[in-house]
Design a binder for this molecule. Structure first.
Ligand SMILES: Cc1cc2nc3c(=O)[nH]c(=O)nc-3n(C[C@H](O)[C@H](O)[C@H](O)COP(=O)(O)OP(=O)(O)OC[C@H]3O[C@@H](n4cnc5c(N)ncnc54)[C@H](O)[C@@H]3O)c2cc1C
Length: 476
């Protein structure tokens, strides 16, 4: 039922892109188990079709993709869309990240293996291994029409709840005196500041705090104050972002660390989000059952502290390594949660905050990240509709990962061309050495496995575009 209701809602939302339909303002109360209720179906026009999004008379969104990238995407998607091939690819990637591998499977020593992984997977999903490579990638996205790229330095630590251990590039534990500077924090700080240096106009920074190594992850896991050196590093990064007018998006990571990461993000917002807009964003994972109440408490903090809440919304990427009972029981529940949060923020009404009789809704800037057509275009339609009708809403940006869902990214850009002013659309990419990015690459493969329907759709769209280009080479 829920799937049908949302499919219906998305179709109607698609339709709202080309028609100026009326809507009624609605409330989004919290249910007894802490979820925001899904938005009721507004009176968007009936009989909508996704074709109205891309515009049947205009070229397909993927026509903007350079030919080399198109054929690489086709190859990667031909694997992602076949579960038996993808499972083997995931096992292989997972094996490559294990310590003490034989020479044949050691990316650091086997140059041929490194070359293959770099050509097939790394270049597809990652921005580069050096400043010059990353700058080239960012320039390429800019020329394709994106507002900018959100760039992350890849170093991270993932806690695997099932194996009760950490994954990630090995970082030696710090055994110096507490007053000595920790080399892991120092090199993370340098890596992040180097990332800011690579950014151009419109590009944004994302950070993974666990990349700062065991001293920091230990404090995050125990809920203890961050080491002084880390707090100083975060302030230096915040100052640099403020000076360069670069947004600082703090990634959501494994649950073991996430509560403290979100708290650190909130503390940074209190400092930097003071002038009516968000410089700093926290990431909220819709797959977690506890997210609606976490958002509600952060909205209250923003209201009471008089700062803007930077709300970056994702579904969540750590399904394979997290405690399962913290996560919604079904994909549909996660989808509903994502849509309810996105729509609640866009309507400025979540739980007891906003709406008639609730306390005032604070200043919020929204960044919707994801590859789910229904969520992306449904949210875009709702935002546009509210703007057209002069209803209160919040500023919103959209982002997809490099190498994923280009059809959605270019579809959003195309909407701007047709309906201008268009949505703020970003690509999001990770940079670092091949070894540093292996965990990230494995997560992308796992994510594709968890969204089988989407990958098949993407593959079909890429195949159609490839055929169209090949046909255009054949003289009539
Ligand atoms: C720009 C950008 C930034 C991102 N930053 C972060 C970040 O900081 N932290 C982070 O964790 N992720 C991050 N992600 C990754 C994001 O979480 C994944 O892209 C997302 O999970 C994939 O979902 P989707 O929204 O694209 O939709 P879909 O592909 O439709 O959904 C897939 C997702 O649904 C959920 N899911 C799948 N099966 C089930 C199930 N059985 N039960 C419950 N839920 C299920 C999982 O979250 C899965 O990843 C980011 C993504 C983007 C695009």
């Amino acid at each position: 039922m829920a799937a049908l209701r949302h499919g219906h809602y998305a179709r109607m939302a698609y339709r709202a892109l080309s028609t100026q339909a009326s809507s009624r303002s609605s409330s989004l109360p919290l249910t007894a188990d802490g979820k925001f209720c899904s938005p009721p179906i507004a009176t968007y026009a009936e009989n909508a079709s996704p074709a109205t999004v891309s515009g049947e008379s205009s070229p397909a969104p993927l026509s903007a993709l350079p030919t080399g990238v198109l054929f690489r995407s086709l190859f990667v998607n031909s694997i992602s869309s076949r579960p038996h091939l993808l499972s083997r690819a995931i096992s292989f990637m997972d094996f490559l990240t294990q310590p003490n591998r034989p020479f044949l499977f050691d990316i650091n020593r086997n140059k041929l293996l490194a070359w293959v992984v770099r050509r097939v997977a790394y270049r597809h999903f990652c921005a580069g291994e050096s400043g010059s490579e990353v700058r080239q990638t960012l320039k390429r996205f800019k020329t394709m029409g994106f507002r900018g790229t959100i760039v992350t330095y890849a170093r991270e630590t993932v806690f695997d709840y099932h194996k009760k251990g950490v994954q990630g590039v090995e970082m030696a534990s710090f055994s110096g005196k507490p007053t000595d500077p920790c080399p892991n924090i120092q090199s993370w700080r340098n890596g992040v500041l180097e990332t800011i240096d690579m950014l151009g106009q419109g590009d944004q920074l994302a950070v993974k705090m666990t990349g700062a190594g065991p001293l920091v992850t230990g404090a995050l896991a125990a809920g203890q104050p961050l080491p002084e050196q880390m707090s100083t590093a975060l302030m230096a990064i915040g100052d640099e972002c403020k000076q360069r007018q670069v947004r600082l998006l703090i990634d959501a990571e494994s649950q073991l660390y996430q509560h403290a990461i979100a708290q650190a993000g909130l503390d940074l917002m209190k400092v930097y989000n003071r002038d009516g807009q968000a410089l700093v964003y926290n990431t909220y994972q819709a797959y977690l059952k506890g997210t609606p109440s976490a958002i509600e408490s952060h909205l209250m903090a923003a209201l009471e502290g008089n700062f803007t809440l930077g709300l970056k919304l994702v579904r969540g990427a750590y399904l394979a390594t997290e405690r399962r009972d913290l996560i919604h029981d079904t994909k549909r529940d996660t989808d509903d949660a994502y849509n309810a949060i996105a729509h609640g923020a866009l309507r400025r009404h979540m739980g007891s905050i906003g709406g008639q009789g609730g306390c005032p809704f604070p200043s919020v800037n929204l960044m919707l990240c994801g590859h789910n057509k229904e969520s992306v275009f449904g949210s875009y339609a709702l935002h546009r509709q509210r703007l057209l009708e002069g209803l209160p809403t919040v500023p919103v940006g959209f982002a997809q990962l490099q190498g994923m869902s280009d059809e959605i990214s270019f579809g959003l850009l195309r909407l701007g061309e047709r309906q201008g002013p268009g949505p703020e659309v970003y690509k999001c990419s990770t940079w670092g050495t091949l070894m540093e990015c292996l965990g990230y690459l494995t997560r992308r493969a796992l994510e594709n496995r968890d969204a089988a329907g989407r990958t098949v759709d993407e593959y079909r769209a890429l195949k159609m575009e490839a055929k169209r280009r090949l046909r255009s080479l054949i003289p009539l």
